[in-house]
Design a protein. Structure first.
Length: 104
């Protein structure tokens, strides 16, 4: 269950990272509230997952999910461009997360 909670925490990290784009420096109320809510939820769920999971592994997986999700969203929805190097780099992060999961 801790891995599932960590996964949801990582997804919320993607939500708040994308949300930052819409807050316009926290000058837009609704996007700011949604972004801060996602931040709080993400940190809370990470803290819950850390009750059972090793700190280094859980944190790296959480950051990795956020990085993969945010990079993918940028390429798919924000016209940040897709290149072979970007895709391979994201796949290396995925491989790292799988390795950390298998090692724990």
């Amino acid at each position: 269950m801790s891995w599932f909670i960590l996964f949801i925490a990582g997804l919320l990290e993607v939500v708040w990272a994308i949300g930052l784009k819409y807050t316009q420096g926290f000058t837009k109320l609704t996007p700011s509230l949604l972004t801060v809510s996602a931040m709080i939820g993400s940190f809370y769920l990470l803290s819950v997952a850390l009750k059972e999971l090793p700190l280094g592994t859980a944190y790296a997986v959480w950051v990795g999910i956020g990085a993969i999700g945010t990079a993918t969203a940028g390429m798919l929805f924000f016209a940040e461009g897709v290149s072979t190097l970007k895709v391979v780099s994201v796949m290396l992060i995925v491989a790292g997360i799988i390795g950390l999961k298998l090692a724990s």
